[in-house]
Write a protein that binds this ligand. Structure first.
Ligand code: CLF
Ligand code: SF4
Length: 492
């Protein structure tokens, strides 16, 4: 199992140490004043709903895990980026199939994961088809799980076609988080994405299909927000089809009260056998995605830390423990320990307060630096908001932008890990890591060997290993101030 899972004994020890430690000073913190991610930016009841949800709060994704159970195989539409052999590509990457479960099997699996992964805070149903078309299995699963694990939050993801019929039921089940995939608000654009839908016992194609889907998505979104349910909208960015149109989508969903907008890059490898993949439709490059996200800043709040996880994903975002928890491996007798889970949340609260203070200090340091162009940097992290991963083990980099205004998370880039025990290391560096670091000035690591450090330098990327286990903001701000802020202004 991944080292990101914290042993329960260590949680108890940490909780005791934290009890004895001085409490962090109160007051305003970097992420609670004027930032889109903190408690200070929203009413308390909304913060309460999102603060432990790794998808709805960027801060929470450093500390909390989600899991999906693949209980809803049926779907009522066809997307050109989906191959039915695989999971729903609206909320999971194509190319992987998950183990289909009955609601009873799902409840067993969730209990087994919760017993071993104290970070688990959310159970999501994201297919492998559509959770709201296959609603009976979805709600049956929630009923079975809530009896065993009352401290888990529930979350669903849907294409929206059946959603209006389920709004009341979602509210009755106290579901606070719903994701709708909305790729267009103009049905003409939809004709390039959806060949057909199945609605009220009939199959519709072309413009008629997209018109119905659009109207049902808007109706569902309005119905949910009217009930106070938080809605995240996922949009798949398809260059030349809907990329520029997503600006209109962002405006339309913001006007209807969506809480977050998550623009995801199309994944369309030909071997996945999707219509787009087989017809040469490309996905966006990382910089194209960032450009679009920058254009959307100021509209609906953006989610930038999505990992396009699979319909049976388990663990922190960016890690995949699903193979450790297949039905043949789960421990059906594993004891759920509510006390350990409560202690974990206590430890996290303290770490978050400490992290916010560190981020605030980093911001003060940056504001004292001389003006310099913004830099993009990559970070190797296993979570906790710290630089705590060896360069060779990274399968993704978290990307931050830094200038005098602060250190801002802008996304992540997946790579093939460099360290392969001596075989293929150089290939991974040349073919995967260096291309993925396009536009990046420095990569922050807990440790790195001298060979990759030299090769990165040749590609114009500095490898920074001077801040092992530091908070990301502290390290990035320290480096930027030193490298670009030589003529520093006095702190007034
Ligand atoms: Fe799952 Fe989705 Fe709920 Fe999260 S995932 S149903 S909102 S609990 Fe999260 Fe995964 Fe991105 Fe989805 S990182 S694909 S946004
Ligand atoms: Fe595939 Fe999901 Fe689209 Fe259904 S909604 S066709 S499962 S991507």
């Amino acid at each position: 199992m991944s080292s990101n899972v914290i042993p329960l004994s260590s949680i108890r020890a940490k909780a005791q140490m934290a009890e004895a430690a001085p409490k962090p000073a109160g007051g305003c913190s970097a992420s609670s004043c004027g930032s889109s991610k903190g408690a200070g930016d929203m009413p308390a009841h909304i913060w309460e709903k999102i603060k432990d949800h790794p998808c709805y709060s960027e801060e929470a994704h450093h500390y909390f895990a989600r899991m999906h159970v693949a209980v809803a195989p049926a779907c009522n539409i066809q997307c050109n980026y989906c191959n039915r052999k695989y999971d729903c590509a609206n909320e999971s990457r194509p190319g992987v199939t998950s183990e289909r479960l009955t609601p009873e099997q799902a409840a067993l699996k969730v209990a087994a994961v919760a017993a071993r992964v104290p970070q688990l805070s959310v159970l999501g149903i994201a297919g492998p088809g559509d959770s709201m078309f296959d609603w009976k299995k979805t709600f049956e699963t929630f009923r079975a799980v809530e009896k065993r694990l009352p401290d888990l939050k529930f979350c669903v993801s849907t294409n929206g076609l059946s959603l209006p019929d389920q709004v009341e039921r979602l509210a009755q089940h106290n579901i606070d988080h719903v994701t709708i995939t909305i790729n267009m608000v103009d049905p003409e654009v939809g004709t390039g994405i959806y060949p057909w839908i199945y609605f009220n016992g009939r199959r519709y194609t072309g413009l008629d299909a997209s018109k119905i889907l659009h109207e049902r998505q808007m109706e569902g979104l309005e119905g949910l927000t009217a009930k106070g349910i938080l809605v995240k909208v996922n949009s798949v960015m398809i260059p030349g089809v809907n990329d520029q149109h997503l600006i209109a989508v962002n405006e339309a969903i913001k006007a209807r009260g969506a809480f977050l907008h998550n623009v995801m890059p199309l994944i369309s490898a030909p071997e996945h056998g999707t219509w787009f993949g087989l017809n040469g439709q490309r996905g966006p490059k990382p910089m194209e995605l960032k450009e679009l996200q920058d254009k959307l800043a100021g509209g609906a709040n953006l989610m930038r830390h999505c990992r396009q996880c699979r319909a049976d994903a388990v663990g922190m975002l960016g890690e995949d423990l699903s193979q450790d928890f297949t039905m043949d491996k789960i421990d059906a007798d594993a004891a759920y320990d509510p006390e350990a889970r409560r202690l974990y949340r206590e430890v996290v609260e303290r770490e978050r307060a400490d992290h916010r203070q560190a981020a605030e200090a980093a911001e003060a340091e940056l504001s004292a630096a001389a003006p310099a162009p913004a830099q993009l940097v990559a970070v190797c992290t296993k979570g906790g908001g710290r630089i705590n991963q060896h360069f060779g083990h990274a399968t993704e980099f978290q990307i931050y932008e830094v200038d005098r205004d602060g250190v801002r998370f802008v996304g992540h880039r997946k790579v093939e890990n460099y360290c392969k025990g001596g075989y293929g290391d150089d290939d991974a560096l040349e073919d995967s890591v260096i291309p993925a670091l396009e536009g990046i000035a420095a990569v922050f690591v807990s440790k790195i060997g001298s060979c990759p450090k030299r090769d990165l330098a040749k590609a114009g990327i500095a490898a920074i290993d001077a801040y092992p286990f530091e908070y990301i903001e502290t390290a990035v701000a320290g480096w930027f101030a030193e490298a670009f802020g030589a003529e520093r202004r006095d702190l007034a």
